[in-house]
Design a protein around this ligand. Sequence first.
Ligand SMILES: [Zn+2]
Length: 292
Amino acid sequence: MSGTPGSFPWQRGVRAAAALTFDVDAESCALVQDPGSVERMSLMGHQSYGPRVGVPRLLNVLRRHDVRATFFVPGYTAECYPDAVRAIVDDGHEVAHHGYVHESMRGLDEGKEAEYLDRGLKALERVAGVRPTGYRAPWWEMNWHTPKLLAERGFTYDSSLLDDDVPYLMTSSGPGSTELIEIPVDWSLDDWEQFAFYPGWTGSGVIESPLKALEMWSLEATTRHAEGGCFVLTAHPFLSGRPAKANVLDRLLELLRSLDGMWVTSLAEIAAHARPVCGPARTHERLTDVPV
Ligand SMILES: [Zn+2]
């Protein structure tokens, strides 16, 4: 069914789905790349803006549209900003897993990655009383063993891969293989590419116009709606929680809600719908005999 426009079995009355997802990285994604960045007061403030100022503004936008979103929260962020995470929960949004301190999972062995997953789970449970069903790998960096680790811990879905336009059921190969739903993402639907700029840390050196981002994302939304697909926006409160960018999300939600049969909801709800109707499960096979 995947890859063929119009073939995904949404429920009756639904033509396509859309989710706004927020990665509440805060300081963690800077600290894990360079622990020395803790000494940079301005950089730390730029990142803490996310949970302190961005999250309350974004919650207001979501409230105005009566839309339930998904917030991926690293465990360390939850421990540093418990009130922000509880406010997300109190507003009825989904809190999902995003590492403990936004660790780079690239090349990690199974044991170490399991340790980070468990540490993140404990933090979310302790701070917000939440046992997440969804996972997004920091930097969208999955390992071949990650799906198995997630399924073993009771996760029902992942949203880190970039290999389709609609949800699908996947299974890990090898012993103990298990199934979970993948809800794919796309770099052109990530605010990092548009707005991330911090000298000496990250970014392209260009902060795009929020209106240009709105134009891009609107075209993605209407095209995916026409195709019966799934629109997943990834945004960061330290970027999209700022005034003009939050205004753009407000306008985007207006558009999404105006599209006939567009189901605007959380990833957990999309995954719950997809689980019984997707299939058969796809196994991701690692390439062998690589000619280099
Ligand atoms: Zn992140």
